[in-house]
Design a protein around this ligand. Structure first.
Ligand code: ARG
Ligand code: GLU
Length: 711
């Protein structure tokens, strides 16, 4: 504790350093940002945001469903998050008769709310710095194994100790790449019910076409309610549970935000890598990402071609397209951003200064070889990273092969395998198989197979390929035979196998050519790739920890923030547009006009609900219109966010809700590696549009009545 107290005391002596949007700050240390936040316009205090002595905004923020953020907006546990965060649960409740995905869903009273088994929300009750206790007896001369063992032992002891005296779930997480440790006291609520969601052509308007793109017009929100037992404690679903009463819920502002206004996001960013060495950034942005982008781009072209021809195929491949396309577009942005911003060169310049600083003092000998070691490790890593990339993005991209792979275990059973185990496997595979064939279109997969195998052969040297690839003479011919001979293209044959499976059939199954391709890929990975990647990565984690320590020592005056690690953070900046390119300027907000401009009844992503059009034509916006008379839909801000921040509240100077974060602009997606205030923008849906949809569009004004609205 002592060293950190000293560090913090030092920090307080230095004048505020202007970060212009960068940083994901630990809420319990927010007092060190308070001055800067207030200078930027914030009217509340750090204590108002995070306190363990009285209620604060943090009491309204949850980790939603393990991957998104949500916020409580009423005294009756009403929760807002993104539509894409609630999507799975909306889908689970949807059927042909009740197509909530297409039509939306609105519970008109609490009795109509839909339980969501498997969904939980987590409240952070408190966090504590436990660095000293976790690093107790950890010495510099330890091997990594000894170090890990000691840390684990210290963690276990500490968790056990605290679990005895608190009702909360206790966990410990590393921060600053293993230089600091914080203990988190969480409360997990598991009775969470679906209350409402707009139709997909509002909640997902623009779909994957607009994903990561500004200008944006997505009403990306859904509504849930948290339930508790009579005493407010977490409880499994029960009819007797009551709406959870939070210590604090968020107030909602109808004033909107002007360009330049202070704003902050409070939520659960998942992962960033802001302290990587230049070689790592270069490898990711200029080698791995472009290959992935190229391969995925070609796959998406094939999907597009068939999806455009046939509405059935469009639906079958919608979700696959979304999954591939999300990363594809993001990584295009990462590479462009890093190069445009000279990210690698900037890191190199920093490293030069770092090395000079190291050489100034003997006491810094531990940092002396760091950068050289990184160079060597990343160079060594390169062929393995490439091998892994082709394996995942080419080999396993053939649906037939990855589907066949699901049967690998079954192909290994024998007469000694317990019957019960076999039955379990078979039951699970039936589900897998149904889902696979429902969304499988063989012509797409054949074309993808030819494309990826050609790319694979072109890119990877013969001694670094799975065996099956080296046996291929003619790719077209090979793919024809593979698809003709494998049983996995034929639903009837797969059903026949599963309906009457006996261990005696395993041998024949194992000989299926698609399953053999899968085994060849995995075998290659196990024998030639896995050990290398994991041992180098482990060493890189060690170097990274030491490098982080060095960076903190070198700049005691600079407030560094720990990389995102799925813990609660505050990030802040301004509501503002940007200039993505020379000659192009983006305004910071969009309006309903834009939805009407994008409208196209023939393109799925741009169909506009008749009721929305009616409200637009009548300009029936009620109190939700901006003072300029239009209906604002979304806005951008220079707030540092990443995946996991979806659904996070974006709040104004008073700490009132302005909107829900749901995306970033692709031009600035490099912010996971390097943040550039000029082009990194997060995108939020305007809370007034959310309320307008709830109230005017859906007629669910009773939900608004629960909220605290500040006009
Ligand atoms: N790009 C956002 C994120 O990274 C939103 C993804 C969901 N929306 C979509 N149109 N696919 O997760
Ligand atoms: N859509 C992302 C999410 O689901 C947020 C976008 C981002 O990566 O910033 O968390």
């Amino acid at each position: 504790m002592k060293r950190k107290t000293l560090l913090l005391a030092l920090l307080a002596l230095f004048p505020a350093f202007l970060f212009a949007g960068e940083g994901m700050w630990i809420p319990m240390l927010l007092q060190y940002n308070e001055k800067e936040m207030q200078e930027m316009g914030m009217k509340i205090t750090a204590e108002d945001i995070y306190s363990i002595n009285h209620s604060s905004l943090k009491d309204a923020i949850v980790l939603f469903g393990g991957g998104c953020t949500g916020e409580i907006v009423s005294d009756y546990g009403l929760l807002l998050t993104n539509h894409h965060c609630g999507y799975d649960y909306i889908q689970k409740h949807s059927s042909v008769e009740h197509d909530y995905l297409t039509k939306g869903f609105w519970a008109m009273n609490k009795g109509e709310e839909l339980p969501c088994p498997g969904l939980s929300v987590i409240f952070l009750r408190e966090m504590r710095d436990v660095t000293e206790k976790i690093l107790f007896n950890v010495t510099p001369d330890m091997t990594e194994e000894e170090r890990d063992a000691k840390i684990n032992e210290n963690m276990k002891k500490l968790i056990a100790e605290f679990e005895e005296e608190t009702p909360y779930k206790v966990s410990i997480k590393p921060f600053f790449l293993g230089n600091q440790y914080y203990m988190l006291f969480n409360e997990v609520y598991t009775d969470v019910r679906l209350v409402g969601c707009p139709p997909s052509n509002i909640g997902k308007f623009g779909g994957d076409t607009d994903n990561w793109v500004w200008p944006r017009h997505t009403g990306d929100f859904s509504i849930f309610r948290v339930y508790a037992d009579k005493d407010g404690h977490p409880a499994a679903y029960s009819k007797d549970n009551v709406p959870y009463k939070p210590a604090k819920h968020l107030d909602i502002s109808l004033k909107g935000a002007e360009e330049g206004d202070f704003a902050f996001v409070f939520g659960y960013p998942a992962r960033t890598n802001e302290y990587l060495p230049a070689v790592a950034v270069d490898q990711e942005a200029n080698l791995i990402d472009p290959i992935t982008v190229d391969l995925r781009g070609k796959v998406l072209d094939i999907y597009n071609k068939y999806q455009e021809q046939d509405p059935k195929v469009r639906i079958q491949y919608a979700s696959k397209h979304a999954g591939l396309g999300n990363g594809w577009k993001k990584w295009i942005g990462v590479t462009e951003g890093i190069n445009h911003f000279h990210g690698v060169e900037k890191k190199q310049a920093f490293e030069k200064d770092f090395q000079e600083w190291v050489m100034q003092s003997r006491s810094r000998y531990m940092y002396m070889h760091l950068l050289k070691d990184f160079e060597k490790n990343y160079k060594d890593l390169e062929p393995y990273e490439l091998a892994y990339t082709y394996l995942a993005e080419a080999g396993l991209r053939i649906e037939l092969v990855s589907f066949a792979g699901r049967f690998a275990k079954l192909s290994e059973v024998n007469k000694d395998t317990p019957q019960e185990e076999i039955e379990k496997m078979v039951a699970a595979l039936k589900t897998t198989s149904n889902a696979f064939f429902k969304d499988y279109y063989e012509p797409i997969d054949r074309e993808v197979a030819v494309m990826v195998l050609n790319e694979y052969l072109k890119a990877q040297p013969a001694d670094f390929r799975p065996d099956f690839l080296n046996d291929i003479k003619d790719v077209n011919d090979y793919v024809d035979k593979l698809f003709a001979k494998s049983m996995f293209t034929d639903e009837a044959k797969v059903n026949e196998l599963l309906d009457d499976f006996k261990p005696s059939k395993a041998k024949k199954l194992a000989k299926d050519p698609a399953l053999q391709v899968y085994q060849s890929l995995i075998g290659f990975y196990r024998e030639k790739v896995y050990d290398q990647i994991s041992s180098i990565s482990k060493d890189n984690a060690r170097l990274q920890r030491i490098y982080m320590k060095g960076q903190m020592e070198m700049h005691p005056d600079r407030r560094l923030f720990p990389d995102a690690n799925f813990t609660l953070r505050v990030t802040y900046g301004k509501v503002e547009g940007f200039k993505p390119q020379d000659g192009k300027t983006y305004r910071h907000f969009t309006t309903l006009e834009g939805i009407m401009q994008k409208e196209n009844p023939d393109i799925y992503d741009y169909v506009v609900e008749p009721r929305l059009k009616e409200l637009y034509n009548k300009k029936d916006y009620g109190r939700y219109a901006d003072k300029d008379g239009t209906m604002h839909v979304a806005f951008t801000a220079s707030v540092h966010t990443t995946g996991g921040n979806s659904g996070s509240p974006i709040l104004n100077a008073e700490g009132q809700l302005l909107g829900l974060n749901f995306d970033r602009c692709w031009e600035g997606t490099m912010s996971d590696l390097i943040y550039d205030p000029d082009i990194c923008r997060n995108i939020s849906v305007d809370i007034r549009y959310v309320l307008f949809i709830i109230d005017k569009f859906a007629g669910a004004g009773h939900l608004i009545d629960e909220m605290t609205i500040v006009e």
